[in-house]
Design a protein around this ligand. Sequence first.
Ligand code: NAP
Length: 282
Amino acid sequence: MEDEISPESRDLGRALCIITGASKGFGRTLAFQLSCLLKPRSVLMLVARTTEQLNQVKEDIITLYGGQNQLEVRCVQADLEKKDGVEKMVQAAKETSVSDMDHLLLINNAGALDFVIALQKKASLGDVSRFALTFTDPAEVNRYLSLNVSGALSLTAGVLQAFPRRLGLRRSVVNISSLCALKPFPSWVLYCTGKAARDMMFRVLAAEEPDVRVLSYAPGPLDTDMQLQARRSSGDLQLRRSFCSMFSEGQLISCEESGAKLIKLLLDDDFLSGAHLDFYEL
Ligand SMILES: NC(=O)c1ccc[n+]([C@@H]2O[C@H](COP(=O)([O-])OP(=O)(O)OC[C@H]3O[C@@H](n4cnc5c(N)ncnc54)[C@H](OP(=O)(O)O)[C@@H]3O)[C@@H](O)[C@H]2O)c1
């Protein structure tokens, strides 16, 4: 891999760039980092459920760049756990035209922990220990997998169909993965299962669609709301303690630092399509 890349190639082209889960956390940071690497007249599409937060991200990006980068930022409020949310997002992508578009970049970042979903479903839920043996309700399992697995696949399929292969169009798909795709974490059965399934899903996509650049990126332990939930609510005591000590010892990674590594991978564009790459290995 070459360390130096000529300055003129240090952008991601005139792109439609879609980031799911862009209202906060890692997705929000990626929105900022990517917005200055897209050529003028590109479109950045930010997707999540919370309209106010999405609009705030949009406003902050516009304020930061003062319109100098001629970037159109579009917010799409959609619940990607649901079929109509996925359809709404794909429709919004179809309706977006970027003249002379040379790059379609989709970042599948939206995700949630299983106990967060359970809490949303039943706010009064007291004990949220999520050991495998507590998942006796298939509907609950399906609900979790519908955002983290089915939603990611159907969204990716819909977007790739909307922008089929054509000469001069680079198509890149990023799956925000995790160490949990490879390693079992007690009390995180659905999260680990979902991340493992997603990695395989994207490997199959890479095998089927050789022109699509597919990357599963594990960003490392990030200082976000998801980590806060992990520290507070993980069912396994040892795991909870290890998250707490990572936090207190300053071992969490900032979204900016991890995002910068992902962006370098995208700019260099020489990863093996379908690969799982981890922050710590780069
Ligand atoms: N934090 C970590 O330590 C860590 C480590 C490894 C991997 N990751 C992965 O990194 C990604 C980002 O995590 P994060 O830490 O930034 O999490 P976060 O701060 O909790 O943000 C999650 C994002 O996903 C969106 N989202 C959640 N459910 C959604 C739904 N049903 N439909 C649409 N959007 C939805 C949220 O927006 P709304 O609530 O507005 O919908 C939010 O923008 C996830 O895939 C996570 O698994 C995180």
